[in-house]
Design a protein around this ligand. Structure first.
Ligand SMILES: *Cc1c(COP(=O)(O)O)cnc(C)c1O
Length: 342
């Protein structure tokens, strides 16, 4: 899964790297993402996961993208276009087997499969579902959903071609529920070195994942201030002692959100240092009083390792009261990316 610009890591660069490693297919949310991958010479099958509309069908054919159908809206159009072009288009059907979001209800599966079988130019390539709670290894939800999904598939046997691909495992399914692997898995967050259940996964999973993204800046000013100095907008922090403050040119514009003020930690010279005062649009302050010899130009790490310390997207997600996914998308998609070969 390389949607959302590969969770902030850069879709085309990641797809190129993953292609070299031998992945079979790519998943994106939207048509425009699929087109971009094709324009960057990615040749594997690409699934448009969020569904398609009749008005975008020509691009599907032009760029050889695989539509995921969430209902029967496009079927007639797809068939007509395929016949006109003397092509057979492979489609994957998305069922709502318990996610409660996109896709057709399990009960409607036989009907759509029947229609697909009756239409020329369309081949059923796969049937998929999405799991709402696979990030919780102890939830019963995944097993229940898997059972009702499998039961319904058995009832549809006469519509299923021999080379059909069944897939429903996201990272949670991949890591915690082996029975959901079926013919194909769709890992997203785990590709980028994070667990769908954040800190818990990192502490408890037997699979060791290494975070891919690092976010760093450089200190542009170091300043000594006396005790009792109010720092930044609103003076939400006042120094209790003579303090040394390091300022970096990163702010909420760069995804380092204002809600991290007085909460987040950064790394300077291998030490954890706290943000102090309001994070503003382009500037953030850290209290580096306890670190020796801090100078303008020194690296300040906001996400990743420095020396023996590390700040993970899970740490930041806790401070922001969100999940690691959101942190990676924010930081990655709002900042310059540099790729490091290892
Ligand atoms: C995003 C997505 C995934 C990947 O989910 P992760 O939790 O990041 O592994 C899998 N399947 C579908 C349909 C998705 O949209």
């Amino acid at each position: 899964m390389v949607k959302a610009d590969a969770y902030g890591h850069g879709m085309t660069a990641c797809a190129r790297a993953l292609s070299k490693l031998g992945v079979d297919c790519f998943g994106v949310a939207e048509m425009a993402e699929g087109i971009k991958l094709r324009e960057h010479n990615i040749h594997e099958p690409i699934f448009i996961m969020a569904g398609v509309l009749p008005l975008t069908i020509t691009s599907l054919f032009e760029y050889k993208l695989t539509p995921v159908l969430v209902d029967d809206t496009c079927l007639q159009h797809l068939s007509r276009e395929a016949v006109q072009r003397s092509r057979v288009i492979s489609v994957h059907v998305k069922v709502d087997a318990g996610m409660g979001r996109q896709g057709l209800l399990l009960a409607d599966l036989p009907h759509i499969l029947h229609v697909i079988k009756s239409l020329p130019g369309i081949a059923l390539g796969g049937i998929m579902a999405h799991l709402p709670m696979a990030d919780d290894p102890f939830s019963d939800s995944t097993a229940t959903i898997f059972t009702s999904f499998s039961d319904q598939l058995k009832k549809c046997q006469k519509y299923l071609p021999p080379d059909l691909q069944i897939h429903l495992a996201n990272s949670g399914g991949t890591l915690y529920f082996n029975q959901t692997h079926c013919d194909m898995i769709r890992p997203g967050i785990s590709l980028y070195g994070y667990y769908p259940d954040g800190h818990n996964g990192r502490q408890q999973s037997r699979v060791h994942l290494q975070p891919v993204m690092r976010f760093s800046s450089r200190i542009i000013q170091v300043k000594d201030v006396p005790a009792g100095t109010g720092l930044g907008y609103g003076h939400i922090f006042t120094t209790q002692r003579p303090s040394k403050i390091a300022i970096i040119p990163v702010g909420y514009e760069d995804g380092y959100l204002r809600c991290l003020s007085n909460k987040a930690m950064g790394l300077v010279q291998g030490y954890k240092v706290p943000t102090v005062g309001r994070i503003s649009m382009n500037l953030t302050m850290f209290d580096v009083t306890e670190v020796d010899n801090v100078c303008p130009g020194d690296e300040c790490v906001l996400l990743g390792q420095q020396g023996h310390e590390e700040i993970t997207a899970d740490d930041i997600a806790c401070w922001m009261e969100t999940i690691n996914y959101e942190v990676l998308c924010l930081f990655g998609n709002l900042n310059n990316r540099v790729y490091v070969e290892q």
